[in-house]
Design a protein around this ligand. Structure first.
Ligand code: URP
Ligand code: ZN
Ligand code: ZN
Ligand code: ZN
Length: 475
């Protein structure tokens, strides 16, 4: 037979087009697109379904070692299982450098943590916390060349943050080497000042996390990151943008022709500061940074998804169990909001939320959904066109959606190792019914269908969108 697998009668959606066609798959890749294709060992009938590129979750945290005693609930097995069940076929979590550690050692450690465990494909970003001369002159240039072509830097958190001089050095290196720089943009001193003030007033409940992490502190750091990148003339991507203040800065930069990219996440569409004020300590379930804001902010985030200010929609899955002394209750319920591990789970619900709230409610169209969740992340992180599209020669990473199926989010039905979802009880329309990674069915009906170890490590090319202005035209 010509094909290993044939997907017949589906409606194909890419970042550009929507059309009815069959997909022929051979050796894990797409080898034919056409009407009336025949001859396969396995035929999948996609009548009535939308066939989209498998999701790429370009911002998630799995089995990331943390200094403070907190432990991430998901490793590469449970994290990628959850991803697969939600229609995602590639994840890009972070190999984090500890201060004093070589970056190479951090990457090697992360390979040991992931080896043989993943159900879907994965690449690594790095987190650079200690940009020594060796890191900047030797390790990063070599690692970028070897397929680790993106990394995140932080402007806040005591154990992660860089000062402006360090940011400039890192950006200059990225410009020379062609790496993509992701920035966590919050002003550390503003947050520390507000935190002390709130604590002195006895305002220690999870709700006050939102007040301490002011949108003004996010706006200032976003503007500063943009300015430093403009000074060096290198693209940057601002991650997990929460509302209009930071959006305005990014839009302003883009309007001036700078290559500044933006990412947002489901929590900024679905949650508000009120969720940090849930009964008892339950607000801790929604503590993440930047925090969810208000309904006006949600509307601004939708608008930026619709009008192209944001290129990427990721989960920022940062999995901490709620009822657990290694999770949200690390220092007990009375310790004060700033002792709560930051982050919320979302790998499995990311696509369904954007599909239901965005596509079904007609805030964005289906091609934009694909661009935000698969195609753009593939381009921005150097995985395109192997990943992120439906094209001849691309990996057969596909997710088949029933655009009308109803579901209610229930944590007991999810496949991560976290004991809650912030979206418990939310009703959604549209769900993935079948997901393939390199031609292999990895989930069916929201249940895992593949063994750990199917997922392969992916080397990322130097991304075209990471090139400085003037050296190439944009994407
Ligand atoms: O609160 C968050 N977002 N935790 C995950 C780590 C990060 O900064 O992305
Ligand atoms: Zn961050
Ligand atoms: Zn994150
Ligand atoms: Zn405290």
């Amino acid at each position: 037979t010509r094909f290993d697998t044939l997907i017949k009668n589906g409606r194909i959606i890419t970042a550009a087009d929507s059309y009815d066609a069959d997909i022929g798959i051979k050796d894990g890749r797409i080898v034919a697109l056409g009407q009336g294709l025949e001859g396969a060992d396995e035929v999948i009938d996609a009548q009535g379904l939308w066939v989209m590129p498998g999701g790429i979750d370009a911002h998630c945290h799995l089995d990331q070692p943390l200094g403070d005693g907190a432990v991430m609930a998901d490793d590469f097995l449970t994290g990628t299982r959850s991803a697969a069940c939600g229609g995602t076929t590639t994840v890009i979590p972070f190999a984090a450098q500890q201060k004093g550690q070589s970056l190479r050692a951090a990457v090697e450690d992360y390979h040991r943590r992931s080896e043989g465990k993943a159900m879907v494909d994965y690449a690594f970003h790095m987190i650079v916390t200690d940009p020594t001369e060796t890191v900047l002159k030797e390790e990063l240039p070599a690692l970028i060349q070897e397929g680790y072509s993106s990394f995140k830097i932080y402007l806040t958190y005591d154990d992660l943050k860089l000062n402006d001089r360090e940011v400039l050095e890192v950006l200059a290196m990225a410009r020379r080497e062609g790496g993509m720089v992701m920035v966590h943009a919050e002003n550390a001193d503003c947050i520390a000042y507000l935190t002390e003030l709130l604590e002195a007033q006895g305002k220690t409940a999870p709700y006050f996390h939102g007040e301490a992490h002011s949108a003004i502190a996010e706006r200032e750091a976003t503007h500063r990151a943009i300015s430093l990148a403009e000074l060096i003339d290198v693209p940057i991507l601002i991650v997990h943008v929460s509302g209009p203040e930071a959006i305005e800065q990014i839009r302003w930069a883009q309007g001036r022709g700078l290559r500044v990219y933006g990412e947002t996440c489901p929590q900024y569409l679905m949650l508000t500061a009120n969720d940090l004020d849930r009964e008892g300590f339950e607000g801790a379930k929604c503590v993440c940074s930047p925090p969810p804001r208000d309904e006006k902010a949600q509307e601004a985030v939708w608008q930026a998804l619709e009008n192209g200010v944001f290129q990427v929609f990721s989960s920022d899955h940062a999995p901490f169990r709620y009822d657990d002394p290694q999770g949200k209750k690390l220092h007990g319920e009375d310790a004060g909001f700033h002792h709560i591990p930051n982050g919320i789970p979302g790998l499995e619900t990311r696509l369904a939320i954007l599909f239901s709230e965005g596509v079904v409610k007609q805030r964005i169209d289906a091609t934009r959904f694909v661009a935000l969740t698969a195609t753009n992340p593939a381009k921005i992180y150097g995985l395109y066109p192997r990943k992120g599209t439906i094209a001849i020669g691309s990996d057969a990473d596909l997710t088949l959606w029933d655009s009308e199926a109803k579901m209610t989010v229930r944590n007991e039905a999810l496949h991560h190792a976290v004991d809650y979802t912030p979206y418990e009880g939310v009703e959604l329309t549209g769900r993935p019914v079948l997901t393939l990674c390199r031609g292999r069915v990895v989930s069916r009906g929201g249940e895992p269908m593949v063994d750990a170890g199917h997922g392969l490590f992916l080397k990322c090319d130097k991304p075209q969108p990471a090139r400085p202005r003037g050296s190439a035209k944009g994407f």
